[in-house]
Design a protein around this ligand. Structure first.
Ligand code: ADE
Length: 222
């Protein structure tokens, strides 16, 4: 079983996405176990403070090192082989290749921050830093659920057909998915491309490849 731990100030954030669809089924089937750990439980002061103002000034608050590092240690105590990932906009970009790499670990611990970020010293206690993309979310939680969802669907036995995970967009180094069509054959005057109705599998395959390459060229410059 793959073990995912989430260090967060908002464990309830994960309730809904993990109780639907594929993640729900994967958890029920015992393929993945997800545990949230409340960072605030590791604050030792009277007010359970987890954030503080930045040295040197500037807006916002930073996650304090003591409770965050204590929560990382608690995660490692529970799962000694866990791979600890900090979610931060200054991390390396998350990709399908990274997802395939992370599912080979015995488990992951996803560290979510709020406020303006983490005290830099916390970085010494994590295995890597991952960003979902070049935009700033209000916290690590939405990034963590995306990473976790991408991992769960790749775990053996989660998807109905093992082919679907393999054939997806990005599985083939940066090539986007081709366009898909289902019934009806004509929707508001728009026809399904003729080749898809032809039954000619070689022609269909070659059409899909051309479409995927064209899309990749137009939507991603390289
Ligand atoms: N926290 C805030 N923004 C983020 C992003 N883009 N990726 C990962 N974690 C984040």
């Amino acid at each position: 079983m793959f073990h995912a731990q989430i260090l967060t100030l908002f464990p309830e954030f994960f309730d809904s996405p993990l109780s639907c669809s594929i993640p729900k089924r994967a958890i029920a089937a015992g393929i993945v176990a997800v545990e949230t750990i409340q960072i605030r439980d590791f604050a030792t002061d009277k007010h359970h403070q987890v954030d503080d103002a930045p040295y040197g000034g500037g807006p916002g608050m930073l996650m304090k090192p003591e409770p965050v590092v204590a929560s990382i240690r608690a995660a490692r105590d529970k799962q000694p082989d866990t791979h600890v990932v900090m979610l931060t906009p200054s991390g390396s970009r998350f990709t399908q290749a990274k997802a395939l790499e992370l599912i080979e670990k015995p488990g992951v611990t996803l560290l979510c921050g709020r406020y303006e970020g983490f005290d830099e010293r916390i970085c010494d206690y994590v295995d890597e830093q991952i960003s979902l993309g070049d935009y700033v979310l209000s916290g690590g939680e939405p990034a963590a659920i995306c990473v976790l969802d991408a991992l769960i669907r790749l775990l053996p036995g989660v998807l109905g057909s093992p082919e679907s995970a393999v054939l997806d967009s990005f599985s083939e180094a940066g090539i986007l998915d081709w366009p898909h069509y289902t019934r009806p054959e004509i929707f508001e005057g728009k026809r399904v491309p003729e080749v898809l109705l032809s039954g000619n599998h070689a022609a269909i395959e070659s059409w899909r490849r051309v479409q995927a390459e064209e899309r990749s060229k137009n939507r991603r410059q390289g």
